[in-house]
Design a protein around this ligand. Sequence first.
Ligand SMILES: [Zn+2]
Length: 311
Amino acid sequence: MMDTHRPDHGCLQPVADHVWAWIQPDGSWWINNAGLIGDPAGDILVDTCATEQRTTALLNAVAAQRGRLDLRYAVNTHLHGDHTYGNSLLPQTTTIIGHENMRRGLDADTVINGCPPLWTPVPDWGAVSKRLPTLTFRSSLTLHGRATTVEVVHPGYAAHTDGDAIAWLPQAGVLFAGDLLFHGVTPLVVTGSLDGARRALDWIASYHADTVVPGHGPVIAADELDRVLSAHRDYYDFVCRVGDAAVLAGVGPLTAARETNLGDFAHWPDSERIVLNLHRYIADHGGVRFSVRNAYADALAYNKGPLTSSV
Ligand SMILES: [Zn+2]
């Protein structure tokens, strides 16, 4: 029997009546948040986890909280494996929902079949296999439970990825932001758009949520949201300044990152993401062809070895 109380396996944190956030400290590489919305017509899950072990801990906690495992829907906020590899452990009767680009991206994913040695230790996903959404959408859809309404909405542009979705609960005032927000963890836009990710901050603010659950890091209360959004803006502006200077000087992302003092941003976990984010920014603004392989190779060079993950 899996011990769901290991502190590094996260916990179900109540955020509103019949709504919980699954928060996994410390929110660094591959350690994500998820969510649970209880409804008498069948519960709704927001995201799964990267590994068999972590997803099993989540599902055990859901079953313990609800007295059964009755998941009518699961929403994937984006394609990344920390939010989707556990899909295959959901009941066969659960309908998985994602943006059409998210489904296409997960379909093309090869990392689930064997993680490249970019992280240390190399993550072991366990007994998971690729399970794609069977219900996709282009701009938004609404899930109507018996007691709950959940609006699943794409921002309309690439941000963290090109297939992001938020889950918004208008009655509860809870917004599951996926990786459009990293609370106290370095944001990542390498497979999305820095300009879109910055624009998405105003979009998130426009919901005036009482509680926001980020994709990584602790739950954000309404009175903390401005500060968290400002921190993201400051970081994105910093990447823009460094990226613009690099384009002007004709230097690449790795050199630009090495010559940059991260200042306060150095304290966030996964600070080496500066290299990945600069790869994206310089490709988008400097007319350089983007290569995810080169981006990660440079991140390892900057980090002087594989990236740290405790997944
Ligand atoms: Zn992500």
